[in-house]
Design a protein around this ligand. Structure first.
Ligand SMILES: NC(=O)c1ccc[n+]([C@@H]2O[C@H](COP(=O)([O-])OP(=O)(O)OC[C@H]3O[C@@H](n4cnc5c(N)ncnc54)[C@H](O)[C@@H]3O)[C@@H](O)[C@H]2O)c1
Length: 371
């Protein structure tokens, strides 16, 4: 395959992460042509030009539509705020580009459906930025479940917690407005669903509850404004294959910085993992003398591929940005028609249907089937 020509829209937190991945993917993996960083798009010309210099892109534009229309681009990374994803992804797919769009697809289900339809019509690759599923230890956990080491899985718990909304004094921002979505359910729910899907399958039915730790927040200009969405949510899920799951989400959880705690209980053992300690997993196998049984710690190392592409020594730890490099290599494999682990617009849409079904369940106070 010829070197892919890359366009990047947005250079904030995730835009930088995509840029690092596009820069690193060829040297890290050593088995592909180095992608050409063709053009970068930002909100204005000056910012675009500066970021293109910093991140190594050949050209820059303050008008994302010029980037999308450019015939010298094969793949577009979309890393702008959620509300812009649909318009940008649909335009990119219509222009015949492959799309790597940050999660979630879009704030509304109707926009996500439109993105899905554009992808179907395009014949191109369109995937979402669910980096946590790319951890080599998550791959290992899946293999451990699939090979029967912990027996039949009967119950799964996923907790995603951070504390950026924990302080009652945190001012009201658009994040607390209804227009930004349901709250923790959108912010975190899709990440939990990406892990559930990767390890077990799609959610078939949901029952959800949501909580509002603070009724209002101070306004920067003085006064207070009522909080319009929910910083905490709980979801019961009935998952393909018969697994039952509990998903707990809280963006007002003091002390939690990037916790995605996964507990998987089976008939012969259990697995425990937490994203805050992303280079280790705990495995419990109920065998041998009871007095000797206990959780043992697995440390990530070259045996957990593709850790070996980054570091030859075990226990030296990969980080968040490395997950994006792995995701990038998976995307290049998908474009080449090879096997890959990714969440495309098809599976992404099903996950977002589960999310909206959860919100509907909270309103209706009953289980809702995911369409
Ligand atoms: N995968 C993950 O773990 C993860 C983590 C954080 C955020 N995200 C997702 O990434 C996306 C971006 O979030 P972020 O935290 O990087 O936001 P951010 O605010 O840091 O960056 C957004 C960037 O988009 C640019 N932008 C805005 N409007 C634009 C326009 N019209 N044209 C070109 N550029 C424009 C902004 O200037 C900014 O550089 C969101 O969809 C978010 O949900 C994913």
């Amino acid at each position: 395959m010829n070197a892919l020509r890359i366009g990047l829209i947005g250079t904030g937190y995730m835009g930088k992460c995509h840029a690092l991945a596009w820069n690193a993917v060829a040297p890290v993996f050593g088995d592909i042509e180095r992608p050409r960083l063709a053009m970068l798009g930002e909100a204005d010309e000056a910012l675009a030009a500066r970021r293109a210099r910093e991140l190594g892109f050949e050209r820059a534009t303050g008008d994302w539509r010029r980037l999308v229309a450019d015939p010298g681009i094969d793949v577009i990374s979309i890393t702008t705020p959620n509300a812009l994803h649909a318009e940008m992804a649909i335009a990119a797919l219509k222009a015949g580009k492959h799309v790597w769009c940050e999660k979630p697809m879009a704030p509304s289900l109707a926009e996500a459906e439109a993105m899905h339809a554009a992808w179907r019509a395009s014949g191109k690759v369109a995937v979402l930025g669910y980096n946590y599923i790319q951890n080599p230890l998550i791959r290992h956990i899946k293999a451990t479940i699939d090979d029967g080491t912990i027996g039949t899985v009967n119950h799964v718990r996923i907790e995603m917690d951070e504390d950026f909304m924990a302080d009652a004094a945190t001012p009201f921002t658009p994040r607390s407005a209804a227009s930004s979505g349901y709250g923790a359910l959108d912010d975190f729910g899709v990440h939990a669903l990406s892990l559930l899907f990767t390890l077990f399958g799609h959610v078939r039915r949901v029952f959800a509850d949501m909580a509002k730790p603070y009724a209002d927040r101070p306004l920067a200009a003085g006064g207070r404004r009522a909080v319009e969405n929910h910083d905490a949510a709980t979801m019961l899920a009935d998952v393909e294959g018969g697994v039952r799951a509990v998903v707990q989400l809280n963006r007002a959880a003091w002390g939690r910085k990037g916790r995605i705690a996964v507990q998987i209980f089976g008939s012969k053992g259990a697995i425990v993992y937490d994203q805050e300690r992303m280079n280790e997993a705990q495995l419990y196998v109920a065998e041998g003398p009871v007095a000797q049984q206990g959780y043992r710690t697995l440390l990530a190392g070259p045996a957990h591929k593709p850790y070996d592409r980054f570091i030859p020594a075990p226990g030296h730890s990969l980080g968040f940005n490395e997950l994006k490099v792995i995701e990038c290599r998976q995307l290049i494999a998908r474009i080449a028609g090879e096997t890959s682990v990714l969440i495309d617009f098809d599976d992404g849409l099903r996950m977002e249907r589960a999310l909206h079904a959860a919100a509907e369940s909270f309103r209706a106070g009953r289980w809702i089937d995911v369409g």
